[in-house]
Design a binder for this molecule. Structure first.
Ligand code: HEM
Length: 381
C-alpha cells in the first residue's frame, strides 16, 4: 500500500491554512464568503504530485504556479472528455454514430493532451533516474522512485510507468478535494458536530501548536467525522467499472461473463436497513455505537472498494482528508454566507465518475487560534 512510501507532511495543509487566513483577514474580504473548492484543489493537487514525483506547483501567495495551472488544466480537460464520451457510449452504444464527429475531434484533442502529459512525465522520470544514478539528495521515496527501483525486476516499460503515474494523479487529486469539500459542507450544516470536533481538537492540541498526524489516535471524533462523510458522500459513488471474467451468481443475480458491473457505494451508505431511520443524518457518533471498517472488510461501507481492485491510495486518502479537515476545524470557525440558512446550502451532487457538489461550497470563516499559527510549515520534498 502507498502509505509505506512516505508520511503525510503538514506543509500542504498549512499552505492552505495560510492562504485562507490571508484571504479571510483581508479587510476587502471582510464578511465575504470564500469558495473552498479552489483552496482544497490546490492542497490536494500538490499533495499528490509530491507523493508521486516529488514536485509541487505553488507560489508564495499559495496559488498554483504557471506549470501547475497548465498541468491541472490539461488533466481536467482530459478527464472531462473521458467522463463525457466514454460513459455515454458505455450505456448507449447505439448512440455512437451520433457522437462520431464530436468523438473524432475529441480524440484528436485527447491525443494532443496525452502527448503534452507524456512529455512532462518523461522529463520527471529522467530527472529522478539521473538523481538516482548519481545519488543526489539521498534516497527519495516518491512513487516514481519506487517504480524505477522495480523497473527491471517487473520489466516495466515506459508506457506502463506513465500509466501508473497518471493513474495516481487522476485518482488521487479530485477524490481528496471532493471529500474535504463535502465534509466541510456537513460541518457548516451541523454546528453541533463542528463545535464538538473543535472541543476535541482544543483539548488534545490546545492553541499553542498545530495538529500533526501523530495526534490522530487521540482524535476519535475527528476520525468519525471523516468516516461519516465518506458514508454519505463517497467521491466515486459507482467506483470504477469492473468486468466479470466468468459467469457468476451474486445475491441471486446471474452475471454473465464479460458484463460490466458497477458497485453502488452510495446506495450502500444510504441503506436504511443497515444505518437505521436516521440514515440521512450526519451523525459521527454512530461509529462509536459500532466501529465499522471502511477499507474493504465490511460490505456495509465501501468508499474505497474492496478486494483486488481496492483503492491502493485508501490509507493516504483517509489521512489526507482527516488531516486537512482537522487543521481547518482547529484553525477556523465555519459558517454559511451571511443571509444563507444552513438548510439552504445546496447539497445536490454533480453526476460523473467523481461527484463534486453541484454548487461549489461558499463559507464565511473566522480564525480561532493565535495569528502565529497560520504560517505555512517549510517544505520538505
Ligand atoms: C478520499 C480519497 C479516495 C477515495 C474515496 C478513493 C476511492 C477509490 C475507489 C472507489 C476506487 C475504485 C475501486 C473499485 O472500483 O473497486 C479507487 C481506485 C483507485 N484509487 Fe482511489 N480513492 C481515494 C484516494 C486515492 C489516492 C489519494 C490515490 C493515490 C495516491 C488513489 C489511487 C487510486 C488508484 C490508482 C485506483 C485504481 C486502482 C485500479 O484500477 O485497480 N486513490 N479509488
Amino acid at each position: 500500500m502507498l502509505e509505506a512510501l512516505r508520511p503525510i507532511r503538514e506543509d500542504e495543509a498549512t499552505a492552505m491554512i495560510e492562504s485562507l487566513f490571508n484571504d479571510c483577514t483581508d479587510p476587502e474580504n471582510k464578511g465575504k464568503p470564500l469558495n473552498i473548492r479552489g483552496y482544497a484543489g490546490i492542497m490536494s493537487f500538490n499533495n499528490i504530485t509530491r507523493l508521486t514525483f516529488g514536485k509541487r506547483f505553488i507560489n508564495l501567495k499559495g496559488e498554483l504556479d504557471t506549470v501547475g495551472t497548465e498541468l491541472k488544466g490539461v488533466l481536467s480537460s482530459r478527464k472531462a472528455k473521458i467522463n463525457n464520451a466514454s460513459i455515454l457510449i458505455e450505456y448507449l452504444p447505439w448512440l455512437q454514430w451520433l457522437l462520431s464527429p464530436l468523438d473524432k475531434k475529441d480524440r484528436e484533442e485527447a491525443a494532443m493532451l496525452n502527448a503534452r502529459l507524456d512529455q512532462f512525465i518523461r522529463e520527471i522520470i529522467e530527472e529522478h533516474a539521473k538523481a538516482k544514478s548519481i545519488n543526489i539528495g539521498g534516497a527519495k521515496q516518491h512513487f516514481v522512485d519506487a517504480l524505477l527501483t522495480l523497473k527491471d525486476e517487473y520489466d516495466l516499460c515506459e508506457d506502463t510507468m506513465f500509466g501508473l503515474l497518471w493513474d495516481m494523479i487522476v485518482a488521487g487529486v479530485d477524490t481528496v478535494a471532493i471529500s474535504v469539500e463535502w465534509a466541510l459542507a456537513e460541518m457548516i450544516r451541523n454546528p453541533r458536530v463542528q463545535k464538538k470536533a473543535q472541543e476535541e481538537l482544543d483539548q488534545v492540541i490546545g492553541s499553542e501548536r498545530i495538529m500533526t498526524e501523530e495526534d490522530f489516535s487521540n482524535l476519535p471524533y475527528l476520525k468519525a467525522i471523516a468516516k461519516e462523510s465518506f458514508r454519505l458522500h463517497p467521491p466515486t459513488p459507482l467506483m470504477l467499472p469492473h468486468k466479470a471474467r466468468a459467469n457468476v451468481k451474486i445475491g441471486g443475480y446471474d452475471i454473465p461473463k464479460g458484463s460490466i458491473v458497477h458497485i453502488n457505494a452510495w446506495a450502500l451508505g444510504h441503506d436504511p436497513n443497515v444505518w437505521g431511520d436516521d440514515v440521512d443524518v450526519f451523525r459521527p457518533e454512530r461509529f462509536f455505537d459500532e466501529d465499522i471498517d471502511m477499507k474493504g472488510h465490511d460490505f456495509r461501507l465501501l468508499p474505497f472498494g474492496a478486494g483486488r481492485r481496492i483503492c491502493p491510495g485508501a490509507q493516504v486518502g483517509i489521512n489526507l482528508v482527516t488531516s486537512t479537515l482537522g487543521h481547518l476545524l482547529h484553525h477556523f470557525e465555519w459558517k454559511p454566507p451571511n443571509g444563507v440558512k444552513i438548510e439552504e446550502i445546496d447539497m445536490r451532487e454533480s453526476p460523473g465518475t467523481v461527484t463534486y457538489m453541484k454548487t461549489p461550497l461558499q463559507a464565511v470563516i473566522n480564525p480561532r487560534l493565535p495569528a502565529t499559527l497560520y504560517k505555512r510549515v517549510p517544505v520538505d520534498m
